[in-house]
Write a protein that binds this ligand. Structure first.
Ligand code: SF4
Length: 478
């Protein structure tokens, strides 16, 4: 179909066909288990929904996607029912093309940039991306062969999204890639941190098997910096990628933070969601009134995990308003449907004890929003005399994460970090140590899965160009 024909066709379609969301289980059904809440659109609906794209010459959706996915191209193919071809294009820019659409906040990225916004609902890009890639996975549309060996070896430290993307890109062009993972299973936070109701564990494990089939070796249960040093990796490998994440929880700095029943979000989520046995104390939830402090996606995950774990109630306390909340709107509405409560413009100032060392409630103040701060969000300030109290016998802190400091004395300690511990990288993702690259949360701070994938891809490209430049004697990658 020519572009003019397409415009005539889709110009009619988007006016006549409303956006359709993928089928979602009822809230009552889904809170009884931890399985994914969305299923796939059917083929007919995918074709109709993809045809709502008007194929604009400068696709804003592509600019809104951190991976610059060729969205209009695969939407046009999907509209014609050419799902395998659509998936091939999708896979060319994403190493986790069935995972990103499950966890991306599309309303802030691709769909939030869709040109239809303002006239109609945006194209359901995420649901179509998920469909075409699940179709490819089910119908032999994923290539498992790689280029012949190029004789180079790369080590990837950490098997979260950044590490997987880097390993996959390098394996595809002929590198022998070894991934070192500290835990007993690969996947990093994709497996341990993100709850299965958003991303089924089997989906992550399936992707790990694809990487293995592409020749990536996983060395599990090995902690770089403890069991093996960076210096040794640099002897055994031509380049190293550090995708070690950021799991150092920001502390709660108010009176009562030390009380029993007060926990950081990550150990809670790992304990309730991971398929692995971690040496973590059990956190009882049944019948508890749970207060979650924070307003990001981790806070939503805590609320919804607490509800599925038997909490009597789960309430989010967040100091800004909904418009300034960093968490995904989709996950906010899902949490609301599942009976989570939200108290906006609310800041905890102290945790109260029950007199026996256990938390019994949260003392809060009302907030109001002032001028925008450096991040562009309006700065909250306390309203004088507005203190109030909320009963809670389990408090979960979801204030975000910073990178964990490297063990002193290890080779890793020679990698330069910034003031808050994030690894410093250049435009090619290379650190101050030649041949050592980094990306994802370890270098940018806690962020989205799709950003880590972008970093991993960029680092793979940086590694390849760096080694080419060494081999040709022209110096470091430009
Ligand atoms: Fe949208 Fe994320 Fe897919 Fe990009 S990777 S097209 S932002 S869902």
């Amino acid at each position: 179909m020519s572009r003019e024909e397409w415009h005539r066709f889709s110009g009619k379609v988007w006016r006549e066909i409303d956006r359709v969301e993928p089928p979602k289980r009822s809230a009552a059904e889904r809170v009884a288990d931890f399985h994914e809440i969305y299923s796939l659109l059917d083929e007919t609906t995918v074709r109709e929904q993809a045809a709502r794209c008007i194929q604009c010459p400068q696709p804003a959706c592509q600019e809104g996607c951190p991976l610059s996915n060729h969205i209009p191209e695969w939407l046009a193919l999907a509209a014609e029912g050419r799902f395998l071809e659509a998936a091939t294009i999708s896979q060319s820019t994403s190493n986790l093309p069935e995972i990103c659409p499950r966890v991306c906040p599309q309303e802030r990225l691709c769909e939030g940039s869709c040109i239809l916004l303002g006239h109609a609902e945006p194209v359901c890009i995420g649901a179509i991306e998920k469909f075409i890639n699940e179709f490819a996975l089910a119908n032999g549309g994923v290539t498992l062969t790689c280029a012949p060996s190029n004789g180079r070896r790369a080590a990837v430290v950490g098997s979260g999204p950044g590490g997987l993307a880097c390993a996959d890109e390098l394996a595809k062009i002929g590198y022998a890639v070894t991934v070192f993972e500290a835990q007993s299973q690969g996947g990093g936070l994709l497996l341990n941190g993100i709850p299965a109701f958003k991303l089924e564990k089997s989906v992550v494990q399936r992707r790990l098997r694809i990487l293995e089939q592409r020749g990536v070796e996983f060395r599990l249960g090995i902690k770089v910096g403890v069991d093996i040093d960076l210096k040794e990796l640099l002897v055994r490998f031509d380049a190293v990628f550090l995708g070690v994440g950021a799991q150092l929880a920001r502390p709660l700095d108010i009176p009562g933070a030390e009380l029993a029943g007060v926990h950081q979000a990550l150990p809670f989520l790992v304990q309730k969601n991971s398929p692995m046995a971690f040496d973590l104390p059990d956190i009882p939830v049944v019948g508890k009134r749970v207060a979650v402090l924070g307003g990001g996606d981790t806070a939503m995950d805590c609320l919804r995990t607490a509800i599925r774990s038997g909490a009597a109630e789960a309430i989010c306390l967040y100091r800004r308003d909904l418009a300034n909340m960093p968490g995904s709107r989709k996950e906010y509405f899902n949490a609301m449907e599942e009976s989570a409560q939200f108290l906006f413009l609310t800041n905890p100032v102290a945790l109260e004890s029950d007199g026996q060392g256990r938390v019994a409630g949260v003392r809060c103040v009302r907030m109001e929003l002032g001028e925008p701060d450096a991040s562009g969000r309006r700065k909250p300030r306390a309203v004088p005399g507005s203190e109030f109290y909320i009963a809670a016998d389990l408090v979960l802190i979801a204030y975000g994460f910073d990178p964990v400091p490297f063990p002193s004395g290890s080779g890793l300690a020679s990698v330069a970090v910034n003031d808050w511990g994030a690894i410093k990288v250049d435009k090619n993702q290379m650190t101050n140590v030649p041949g050592v690259f980094a990306g994802g949360d370890a270098s940018r701070g806690a962020s989205l899965v799709v950003h880590a994938v972008r970093d991993g891809r960029k680092a793979a490209d940086g590694i390849h160009r760096y080694l080419d430049s060494i081999e040709s004697g022209s110096g470091a990658a430009k």
